[in-house]
Design a protein around this ligand. Sequence first.
Ligand code: ARG
Length: 588
Amino acid sequence: MLGLTERMDKELAGAFEKAGYDPALGKAVVSNRPDLCEYQCNGAMAGAKAYKKAPFMIAEDVKAQLSDTAVFSSVEVVKPGFLNLKVDEGFLADFLQEMDGDERLGARKAEKPETILLDYGGPNVAKPLHVGHLRSAIIGESLKRLGRFAGHRMIGDIHMGDWGLQMGLIITELRHRKPELCYFDDSFNGEYPAEAPFTISELEEIYPTASAKSKEDEAYKNEALEATGLLQQGKAGYMALWKQIMKVSVADLKKNYEKLNVSFDLWKAESDAQPYIPDMVEYMKNEGFAYEDQGALVVDVKQEDDTKEIPPCMLLKSDGASLYTTTDLATIVERMDDYDPDEILYVVDKRQELHFEQVFRCARKTGLVKKDTKLTFLGFGTMNGKDGKPFKTREGGVMRLENLIADINEEMFRKIVENRSVKDKEAEETARIVGLSAIKYGDLSNQATKDYIFDVDRFTSFEGNTGPYILYTIVRIKSILNRFCEEGGDLTGGRILPAQNASEKNLMLQLSGFGNAAIGAFEEKAPHRLCAYIYDVANAFNSFYHETKILGEEDASRKQSLIHVLILTRKVLENCIDLLGFSAPDRM
Ligand code: ARG
């Protein structure tokens, strides 16, 4: 179905054409003077030059063609040539009625569906998830859902870090602790044990210990570097150990992402790109792209118009080991082979921008991707504490994601039981749902590229621009609808009638904007736009609610219409939060 603005555009285009002007000038945009009108059309100004005519006169001509319009209740020309528009209440009601019956709630679908590979999450195995990985997961999950809703084929890949120095460090530390393990016995040719020689908590302790040692002990570090190289070359014992590390870590990661309501279509890792590396390196050498520089193999990626220095892209270190750039380039080869995507979109900390600039340039220059394959870096800002510095624990250490979630849930639980006497079990579950909304909305409502302050008090508040406020609004609607049903009401009867006052009309206008908000948020890769939209809807609903008798309405068909508006508001809000990656409880 056509959206509300598209319908207005059609009406305006017809009027411009009938008045003898280019129909393309007929476009409605949301008014920047909401005190004067709801929408406006600036086409007369845009056309003034071409028609050598005062915009005011063009606008008057167009207005004359709209004298019997059913779309607008008022059309006014104001200097220098704006057309100020108000939407006809009957037209709006009919639109919402149609929207209510449409499973996409009036949102258009992409004309050209694309295959988009979304690289997000990016945890490093054997290292605990920390808050830095939170943003990638939250933003990525939302973009995946928004893209899918827009009609694209979204393939979400977690792209785990499992092929770098941290693996060599873990192997080295294990060898120091348990040298007797068969993984370290070069003459071993039996079958490696099915059980891992460590638990997840041991593993999580091993990595930081090893990392700290390597910073102080040069020999230890060299051992770890060598182990990394041997692993990358496929040394049997190390590969078997690596598999165990992966098994234990992945199970733990799955559990954690599930708690965040984040899921991936592909659980691929850097190591999956390894088989593509030798051929890729050969190719880059043979084609003359790669050359040796101080023992390392590099590809130049600087361009004439660079304003800052872009260093060459390193393919192999002097010891032949691959690097972060190598696995990322080979992963591009793998992805092109497997999915031939129209776009690969990376949701990664913006501090990695240079790395991706190098990788993208190298991939283009060497033809790893097609000319029209888009490579996009969505770099997100840092999540800071109230002191404006990267979010830390109270003790100043790196905050583990699990702990952050637990803290929020605890705070939410406190607020929920303080509000009313809900049974503990239910309150815990509710706190979990509302807590997730606090975290996700708190993050997504900020423009992704900007740093933001993670403020537990503000994010968990039931008032203001927060997740809990949105959920509270949904729960309020659910409870009115429940009461309506308990009183014998029928949710399916009647239809939406023209608004009778300003707050009702405002809510209806807000609801009609769902399609543009949801699709626009994806096109601009900007979930914060959808957050801004639902905040407006929630506010419009709450003013409407405070000004309108709903269950007490005596006119039966009007009451039924109000109930319909409520149902549609709930649908719009629920669809939006689903696109953002969280859900609402039944009560709070
Ligand atoms: N594992 C990386 C990190 O923790 C993020 C991976 C991002 N994706 C990528 N294709 N490089 O920094």
